[in-house]
Ligand binder design. Structure first.
Ligand SMILES: CC(C)(COP(=O)(O)OP(=O)(O)OC[C@H]1O[C@@H](n2cnc3c(N)ncnc32)[C@H](O)[C@@H]1OP(=O)(O)O)[C@@H](O)C(=O)NCCC(=O)NCCS
Length: 185
């Protein structure tokens, strides 16, 4: 019997990074979220100002049920970024990345790019990655197109949920479907 994606144990991924306003180096570790990380994920999402903020409950439940495909970036032991993703139940070769955020103090240090690589590495059966992005989110568009470029993958963009269907107070979420994803070199 082959292990499922949920059984896959992600390797530990640690490195050091510098932060201009505090003496470094700082120790950054990528790991699976635990339920206890839910409130920190909520705080990071709130502070990002760009993400739709879900409840503490939603992040805790996510950390319980989708830990294997999600990532916490902990700096000096404290969550400074997170990525939530799941393997689509009706399309088990597609990893859907739902939210990714990094605390402002740690942006531009490739933490998001590394979390994305980490999540993809945790879903080895997935040949495609999906996410949705609003047209005004340059950082997110850059993050995912950079990943696609590095993996030699196509990016197909189509509106998934339009402003109208989202109730009129939320910009259209464009589906970015990336793949096939070549193995990391
Ligand atoms: C999007 C976000 C997670 C990026 O985090 P980050 O750790 O700073 O990103 P990285 O350092 O890993 O950068 C990855 C790539 O994106 C590019 N990038 C990151 N931020 C960028 C910005 N503001 N403008 C343009 N490009 C940007 C980087 O240059 C890099 O590209 P490269 O590989 O071609 O050099 C972060 O800006 C964030 O938390 N934003 C608020 C939440 C959000 O909008 N999330 C996305 C929607 S779910």
């Amino acid at each position: 019997m082959q292990p499922s994606d949920a059984d896959h144990t992600k390797p530990s991924d640690t490195t050091t990074l510098n932060r201009p306003d505090t003496p470094g180096p700082h120790h950054a570790e990528l790991r699976e979220p635990a339920v206890a990380d839910g409130p920190a994920m909520w705080r990071i999402a709130r502070d990002s100002r760009d993400l739709d903020l879900n409840s503490h409950y939603a992040y805790m439940l996510w950390a319980r049920d989708f830990a294997a495909t999600s990532v916490i970036a902990a700096v000096d032991g404290n969550p400074a970024g997170f990525l939530t993703a799941y393997v689509r139940p009706d399309e088990p070769t597609t990893l859907m990345v739902w939210q990714v955020a990094v605390d402002a103090a740690y942006r531009g240090r490739r933490l998001a790019a590394r979390m994305l690589e980490h999540a993809v590495g945790a879903a080895p059966r997935c040949t495609h990655l999906e996410t949705t992005i609003t047209a005004d989110n340059a950082a997110s568009i850059a993050l995912f197109t950079s990943f696609a470029r590095a993996r030699g993958a196509r990016v197909d963009r189509t509106p998934l949920f339009t402003e109208e269907t989202l109730g009129g107070d939320h910009a259209t979420e464009h589906l970015f479907r990336i793949g096939p994803v070549a193995p990391a070199t």
